[in-house]
Write a protein that binds this ligand. Structure first.
Ligand SMILES: Nc1ncnc2c1ncn2[C@@H]1O[C@H](COP(=O)(O)OP(=O)(O)OP(=O)(O)O)[C@@H](O)[C@H]1O
Length: 341
């Protein structure tokens, strides 16, 4: 759906040149939720603004659904932008217009007749869960409701792509989750491709299929969310993963655990998706004469299933413990016996 090649944006300031986006190339597939994460100043906002040419690139190209945005004239660009909706951290609503009229605004600009507009606005209000609030003004809405209006407005012209610029950063954790759920719902219902930028790994973990980590204008790591969680290569990525997971190995001393539980085997289980294995522990105790003692760990949910590490102790007949370990090795849960500190 989106092909980005050699994209750069250089800002000239009085005394220096800032490479906000530096020779970036990537592909985003249709129907994917693609997250870009980075710390402040990494170049995320510049990057997302280049995707709908709110910012003109210094070099490189952006193709959306095979249309090259970078070479379009102003008139054609306006049409192309109808295919790319955008939502913002601070909502960017029109304060003197009602919810209904905010959502109708892009339809008016696109020249949609009034009756059709009315029907479409009603559908959108329903889709984002704001039924009955069409006559309210933005100042009468909560942050989460304002963002719902932003989403409805962005979807008005049936775009192929939705860009989200720190869309939940101004919201509390609970409201953040409800907006993220709405984005997943829209992605699944409409098959919409979503590109979002964020500095919160929670957002990536909860809804993204793919993630790119940005640092100093470059993408330093990218891939499927679970893979990146599982094998973070760069220090910056590790820091982001620790943001949601903590580091179970740092939080407790394995030596202490080993001292305390000297019989049987201490085992580290690493869950990497595939929800079928969530029942592993009960499976083990049903199938084998082994006592499973949960010692420490953290498991969280991603779009592709459970992810995380758990330390357990297996106690019982040695042969039976070995059989239980062999059984885990036949699943997608990674297992390490007597892990090193
Ligand atoms: N209009 C501009 N003129 C000059 N420099 C700019 C301009 N816009 C951005 N920059 C610089 O480009 C770099 C990347 O900024 P950008 O806002 O894209 O980062 P970000 O990752 O979105 O950070 P934040 O989350 O804080 O917005 C920064 O060093 C910033 O100072």
């Amino acid at each position: 759906m989106i092909t980005i090649k050699g994209l750069s944006k250089i800002f000239q300031t009085k005394d220096q040149e800032v490479r906000a986006v530096d020779d970036l190339s990537l592909n985003i597939n249709k129907g994917e939720i693609y997250g870009v994460i980075g710390y402040s100043g990494a170049g995320k906002s510049t990057f997302i603004r280049l995707l709908n040419r709110l910012e003109d690139p210094t070099e490189g190209s952006v193709l959306v659904d095979d249309q090259e945005l970078t070479s379009l004239s102003k008139g054609k660009l306006r049409l192309a932008r109808q295919e790319i909706g955008m939502i913002f951290q601070h909502f960017n609503l029109l304060w003197s217009r009602t919810v209904h009229d905010n959502i109708a605004f892009p339809l008016e600009i696109a020249g949609i007749p009034k009756a059709e507009r009315q029907k479409r606005v009603d559908e959108l209000i329903e889709l984002v869960g704001l039924k009955g609030r069409g006559g309210s003004y933005p100042s009468q809405l909560s942050g989460g409701q304002k963002q719902r209006v932003g989403i409805a407005r962005a979807l008005a012209n049936n775009p192929k792509v939705l860009l989200c610029d720190e869309a939940t950063s101004a919201l509390d954790p609970e409201t953040t989750d409800s907006i993220l759920d709405l984005l997943v719902d829209i992605n699944e219902k409409l098959g919409l491709t979503i590109v979002l930028i964020t500095h919160e790994m929670h957002v990536i973990r909860k809804i993204c299929h793919q993630v790119a980590v940005m640092e100093q204008g470059k993408i330093v790591e990218q891939g499927e969310v679970l893979d990146v969680f599982l094998h973070p290569q760069k220090a910056v990525t590790k820091k982001f993963v620790d943001q949601v997971m903590g580091d179970p190995e740092k939080e407790t001393s394995l030596e202490l655990i080993k001292d305390k539980y000297q019989s049987g085997e201490i085992i580290r289980l690493h869950f990497v998706g595939e929800s079928t294995n969530q029942a592993l522990i009960s499976d083990l105790s049903r199938k084998f004469e082994v006592d499973v003692n949960i010692l420490h760990g953290k498991i969280t949910q991603t779009q592709k299933g459970a992810y995380g590490t758990m330390f357990v102790q297996f106690d019982g007949d040695r042969k039976e413990v070995e059989r239980a370990i062999e059984y885990i090795e036949s699943t997608s849960v990674e297992v390490e016996v007597n892990p090193h500190v």
